[in-house]
Design a protein around this ligand. Structure first.
Ligand code: IPM
Ligand code: MG
Length: 371
């Protein structure tokens, strides 16, 4: 299979984690006889520095004409604390989502037994947690009319949804539920917001087409609490843009490290895959970032191409590293391995080069100095 992939390394740790994914994609290509061609494009603070524009037209053009996009991370502290900045890295990502009509952001949340101790939740509450959030990504308050008066004392952001916008993502969420444990939870604020009442009506109307799926509803404040109290209850969560942004970050800490989780943003054309973590500028260039969020995003990209066996091999390799203590600093601050070493190990596993009795002593380990 030949696929053309756009690579947007982005900001902070984006380039170093994305490079590990490319290493693994190349190994998969060799092993299974595929050809992956890469085109590198700019977005975010990196693009502002080089072109003055967080999303150059060339990037949009390449993304519209490719088979899939692998993206690293976005954001730089110099823009975060400056509310007057007219040009911001995040504008690039929002514009790309809109230009490609990436209306569904999909974030799976799973836990790993070897990392249970890192979770802020009690082990008994997180064993077997396995759910996926479908967040609407191109509508709602993010993209409504934004206004501020001349005096700068009154501002507003409109939240608008149409039936069609709700239906297209709800179909995806219902279908996903059918392939999983057949439970769909719509998270909204229908006791207060008109848009949420529309979400409820539309999703209820669709339920008869998916009669094998149990549909239920939760207000977002309650959902935020339930995700902490009893995350096992969830299978597929469907929600609008802003609520999804918030609860997906909340849910991401359950597994123990933000660095592990992948995401896919899909629409009717090319889809984009990215780790859910940010640009983590403090770690940039130090070879200590966790590449697994990006590598698992590459696995989602493979699955999107229909390469299920390949995607599962990457996931098995990732599990193998975690179970054997080959982890980055976010997971073990004392005995940790470099970003590049983890990438090499996963790549070696994929190409079957790891000896059964792997000798950890031969693998570069970086021990931090405890003073
Ligand atoms: C995310 C991020 C973005 C969002 C930012 C960077 C604009 O938080 O992908 O969740 O709010 O959607
Ligand atoms: Mg977010």
């Amino acid at each position: 299979m030949t696929k053309n992939i756009v690579i947007i390394e982005g900001d902070g740790i984006g380039p170093e984690v994305t490079r590990q994914s490319i290493k693994i994609l190349n190994t998969i290509a060799d092993q299974f006889g595929h050809e992956f061609n890469y085109r590198y494009c700019l977005m975010g603070a990196d693009a502002i520095d080089k072109t003055g524009n967080p999303l150059p037209d060339e990037t949009i053009e390449s993304c519209l004409n490719c088979d899939g996009i692998l993206f690293g991370a976005i954001g730089h502290p110099k823009y975060d604390n400056d509310p007057t900045a007219k040009v911001r890295p995040e504008q690039g990502l929002l514009k790309l989502r809109k230009s490609l009509q990436l209306f569904a952001n999909i974030r799976p949340v799973t836990t790993y037994p070897s990392l249970h101790h890192l979770s802020p939740l009690k082990t008994k509450n997180i064993e077997e947690v396995d759910f996926v959030i479908f967040r609407e990504l191109t509508g709602g308050i993010y993209f409504g009319k934004k206004e501020i008066d001349e005096a700068g004392t009154r501002a507003s952001d409109d939240c608008v949804y149409t039936r069609e916008e709700i239906e297209r993502i709800a179909h995806l969420a219902f279908k996903q539920a059918q392939q999983r444990r057949k439970k769909l939870t719509l998270v909204d604020k229908a006791n207060v917001l008109e848009t949420s009442r529309l979400w409820r009506r539309v999703v209820k109307d669709m339920a008869s087409q998916y009669s094998d799926v149990e549909l239920n509803f939760l207000f977002v404040d309650n959902a935020a609490m339930q995700i902490i109290l009893n995350p096992k209850q969830f299978d597929v969560i469907l929600t609008e843009n802003m609520f999804g942004d918030i609860i997906s970050d909340e849910a991401s800490v359950i597994s123990g490290s933000l660095g592990l989780l992948p995401s896919a943003s899909i629409g009717s054309g090319s889809a984009l895959f990215e780790p859910i973590h940010g640009s983590y500028p403090q770690a940039a260039g130090k070879d200590i970032a966790n590449p697994i969020g990006s590598i698992l995003s590459a696995a989602m990209l493979l699955e999107h191409f229909g390469l299920v066996k390949e995607a599962n091999l990457v996931r098995t390799a990732v599990n193998w590293t975690l179970e054997n203590g080959f982890v980055t600093k976010d997971i073990d601050p004392v005995n940790f391995y470099f970003t590049t070493t983890i990438g090499e190990l996963i790549s070696d596993f994929v190409s079957d080069k790891i000896p059964v009795d792997v000798n950890k002593g031969n693998i570069e380990l970086r021990k931090s100095t405890i003073i």
